[in-house]
Design a protein around this ligand. Structure first.
Ligand SMILES: [Zn+2]
Length: 114
């Protein structure tokens, strides 16, 4: 993995914070996915997230996150609820300064790890 593709949890957290207003509904659904243990880490910034009927493949990358769901093409910044839930997982499993974290990430960090 080169530097451009390296996942930065801090960058992801800042991105969520800066886009919180327009992404609010998707963030709230992402929190539900995360809390319901629908997010599975496959390592190397790859995840599987169980949606209503299908399992979607997610890759987190500063160069551009990807998801196999149809909403990925339509969501602001391509940030569908599956990518956001993978961001929550990533942020909750990496230590970051609390003041840098938006509310949703702070909430996620209070959830039990699994
Ligand atoms: Zn998706």
């Amino acid at each position: 993995m080169n530097q451009q593709e390296a996942v930065s949890p801090r960058g992801l957290a800042n991105n969520l914070y800066n886009n919180y207003a327009i992404l609010r509904a998707r963030i709230e659904r992402a929190v539900e996915l995360y809390k319901n243990n629908c997010v599975e880490s496959l390592g190397e910034a790859k995840f599987e997230v169980a949606g209503n009927a299908e399992i979607y493949q997610i890759t987190l990358s500063l160069g551009g996150c990807s998801c196999t769901c149809p909403d990925h093409e339509k969501a602001p910044g391509g940030l569908c609820k599956h990518i956001l839930s993978a961001c929550l997982y990533q942020a909750a499993h990496v230590e970051l300064p609390a003041r840098k974290l938006p509310t949703v990430i702070r909430l996620a960090k209070r959830l039990p790890k699994f």
